[in-house]
Design a protein around this ligand. Structure first.
Ligand code: SF4
Length: 349
């Protein structure tokens, strides 16, 4: 394994519940700057950029950031920069994946064969500055009880669908009553065999993985797959590791998807260490996404040729099962697009 910075060990909020941690997120640039001892010169741009997409950082995540280090890979994911407000380059749009046109029934995004995505809410524990849904009209998808029934009816009427993906926002920010009710209702649809949960909560507030949640998931007749979202090994501290292992020991498949982010994880050491740290917790690296071209996030973009060269190097350092698939999501295609690894490095003329 390539040497990495020591993973910081935390006692983070072991005494507070996940609900308390979710309510106690940091939402102001001033507070973040003060707690992380950031230079005052960074503050004004962050205040401005956060007007379009608010700051949101759980303390358990904040505690893993090195104070005073403006290049910390976790800080760079949550700290708004002036570039967010600069004119977007060609191709950067508000809805890069065409989700609004695929959102035909409130709460449902149906793009791919055999599976639908259910927008369970519009809230996340953390706001990732590169998020492709940073402009998504969540307000139009806040469902009334009647609309929930209609969303479930949409699935019931389509026997070709066998998998439901819970998304958001983050589906694990729903309270247990609502979440368990939804899982039960989906389990009662005979043609659904798999439930996938896309969530960043196990990484940013690991206390969310309670015994009650694990019990509920394992009691469902559905095959459960939890897809977490971690971009850097420094995100995986002892608490996160414990929660990921808990899911694994309960027999739940856990995969990771990451986004390739400039100056955060676009180097060989970061990628090797992430895959190794994930596998130490029994999590398989699944996808490495090229950035979705959303307005406000162009400064995170890594050129496709650089990403392909990185994958070539990664394959030389890790066994195949620890190398994630490099993918891009292209509006209108019937699946994610896999980006091939070159045989030799691509010249970046
Ligand atoms: S957790 Fe996921 S949906 Fe929420 S802001 Fe981050 S990337 Fe976007």
């Amino acid at each position: 394994m390539i040497p990495q910075n020591d993973i910081i060990m935390h006692s983070s909020k072991q005494t507070s519940t996940w609900q308390q941690q979710l309510a106690d997120v940091v939402t102001s640039a001033e507070q973040l700057a003060q707690e992380l001892e950031l230079p005052a010169a960074y503050l004004q741009a962050a205040q401005q950029a956060s007007q379009d997409f608010a700051i949101r950082v759980p303390r358990a995540f904040l505690e893993r950031i090195t104070k005073g280090d403006v290049n910390d890979p976790l800080l760079r994911q949550i700290w708004p920069l002036a570039q967010e407000n600069s004119p977007p380059p060609a191709g950067f749009v508000l809805d890069p994946l065409g989700e609004i046109s695929s959102n035909k029934t409130p709460g449902i995004i149906h793009k791919y064969h055999g599976r639908v995505l259910l927008i369970t809410n519009g809230s996340c524990a953390v706001h990732c500055r590169y998020c492709f849904r940073r402009h998504f009209p969540y307000g139009d998808n806040a469902l009334s009880s009647q609309q929930w029934l209609e969303a479930l009816d949409y699935i019931k009427q389509r026997p070709e669908i066998n998998e439901v993906i819970l998304s958001g926002g983050d589906p694990l920010t729903n309270n247990d009553k609502r979440l368990f009710g939804l899982i039960k209702a989906i389990g009662e649809i005979p043609h659904i065999t798999r439930l996938r949960i896309h969530t960043r909560l196990p990484i940013v507030i690991p206390a969310r993985i309670t015994d009650e949640l694990v019990d509920n998931l394992t009691q469902s007749r559905l095959k459960i797959v939890v897809v977490v979202h971690s971009n850097h090994a420094n995100e995986i501290d002892s608490e996160v590791a414990a929660c990921l292992k808990k899911l694994y020991r309960a027999g739940i498949h856990v995969l990771n998807q990451a986004v390739l982010l400039k100056d955060i994880n676009d180097d060989l050491t970061s990628q090797v260490n992430l895959s190794e740290a994930l596998f130490d917790c029994h999590v398989l690296p699944y996808y490495l996404h090229l950035l979705d071209p959303v307005v406000g996030a162009h400064h995170f973009e890594v050129k496709q040729s650089d990403a392909q060269n990185l994958m070539l190097a990664l394959q030389g350092h890790l066994p195949g099962f620890l190398v994630p698939k490099l993918v891009r999501e292209v509006d209108g295609r019937p699946s994610k697009t896999t980006i091939d690894t070159p045989i030799t490095p691509i010249s970046s003329l």
